[in-house]
Design a protein around this ligand. Structure first.
Ligand code: DI6
Ligand code: FE
Length: 397
């Protein structure tokens, strides 16, 4: 297939949108075979079926590299209680918080978890997402963690979307292990990781390194097993405080360190050296009304690739709109529209270890978006407006 008369944002490098006016993309099965100006089109593609884009903008399809879209129930009641004046402790006493999501996720059937997750995934697809990362971490027991991972993979059977699943057993300490986080890691988290890996359910290993979750030594025990199993790691690090998660992540050459509001300049240097992507999550920053923004200028100065993701979850980021997320990255974190788009394409791909996605070049996977806008900055600029015209998934419209 030949896509003709496109306004193509190739994102071939990080310095510009790489715009081509009157551009052509040749697609051979599921890959981009050639991209460039119509005048330069090689003869071998001249007879391919043509599809006229009528001057519309083409970008790589969007990638959401950090989501928790699989979970039971929701936390709207808790949201309402807090806005009516209840304190965090009162909400927790009334059974709210992350433990309520764990309870609902354990109780939900696999079918119910899938159909709930698909509602969120459909919202993402409608805005041009073709690849999502999905985490476990609301089961916190053997059976429910495996159930969540199976549901994550079933999303890719049910919809035109690619899924990468991350094991997040080290997300929180469940009630039955209260006050015994080390026992939880050794007795439940690590054996469940081994079982999930043996079933082929795990693409990467994640953890929540935070005062309210697990410390560096506890996460490191999980990472050691990931290394033994040949799985890449990533980490929720420096979201609410700095306890050394970013340094730990870089020691293990992590794919990404995520949140990173409290990362320092030396953390940024370590990220750059390790080639670890900083994933910023403005939806959580917004929902928690955080005031410390991630050190974007420091990431720029040291050349740290920055990705942007929804963090879609029922507690700290009930956000299923990638376009709003890009807008928030610009408005809340002062990222540029180019950085926001790279953050949901090329750098999100890197954060998932997917080097052949997120840019429009020969050899890349042909997952593309066609938009009814004149310039790519418009994707980050508008709020509550979806200009997606169509999506190309695995080379097909
Ligand atoms: N970061 C967060 O902000 C949460 N999990 C995480 O790793 C919150 C999860 C929740 O409240 O359900
Ligand atoms: Fe998260």
């Amino acid at each position: 297939m030949l896509l003709t008369n496109g306004h193509i944002a190739t994102l071939q490098n990080d310095d510009s949108f790489g715009l081509i006016e009157g551009g052509v993309i040749a697609i051979d099965r599921a890959h981009v075979a050639w991209v460039g100006s119509a005048a330069d089109l090689p003869d071998e593609y001249a007879n391919h079926t043509r599809h006229d884009l009528e001057g519309r903008l083409v970008t790589p399809a969007l990638i959401d590299c950090h989501t928790h879209v699989v979970f039971g129930g929701n936390r709207a009641a808790e949201f309402e209680q807090r806005l009516n004046g209840a304190s965090y402790a009162e909400v927790a006493k009334a059974g709210g918080g992350i433990v309520s999501t764990v309870r609902a996720t354990r109780a939900a059937s696999e079918d119910a978890l899938l159909s709930d997750a698909l509602k969120r995934v459909d919202a993402m697809i409608a805005e041009g997402v073709t690849l999502i990362e999905v985490k476990s971490g609301y089961g916190l027991d053997h059976d429910t963690e495996l159930k969540m991972l199976r549901v994550a993979h079933k999303i890719a059977d049910a919809r035109s979307i690619h899924v990468r699943a991350s094991f997040l057993g080290a997300h929180a300490v469940p009630a039955e292990y209260a006050g015994r986080p080390d026992v939880y890691i050794d007795e439940m988290c690590i054996p469940t990781l081994r079982a999930a890996h043996a079933m082929g359910l795990v693409d990467a290993v994640d953890g929540f390194c935070e005062g309210i979750a697990f410390d560096v030594a506890q996460i490191e025990r999980v990472f050691a097993v990931a290394v033994e199993l040949g799985l890449p790691v990533k980490l929720h690090a420096e979201q609410l405080s700095n306890i050394g998660g970013t340094q730990l992540a870089t020691k293990y050459a992590a794919l990404s360190a995520d949140h990173v509001e409290y990362a320092t300049d030396s953390d940024a240097m370590a990220l750059a050296k390790a080639g670890t992507v900083a994933v910023v999550l403005p939806g959580a920053f917004y929902t928690l009304r955080e005031t410390q923004a991630p050190p974007i200028q420091s990431f720029r100065d040291h050349g740290v690739p920055m990705a942007v993701a929804t963090d879609c979850n029922p507690g700290s980021s009930p956000l299923a709109s990638p376009l709003l997320t890009m807008n928030m990255a610009c408005t809340l974190f002062r990222m540029t529209p180019l950085e926001a788009l790279l953050g949901m394409t090329a750098h999100a791909a890197t954060a998932l270890g997917e080097e052949k996605r997120g840019r429009i070049t020969a050899g890349a996977h042909a997952d593309l978006n066609i938009w009814d806008v004149a310039h790519p900055a418009e994707l980050s600029y508008r709020i509550g407006f979806n200009p997606l015209h169509s999506r190309i998934f695995k080379g097909s419209l």
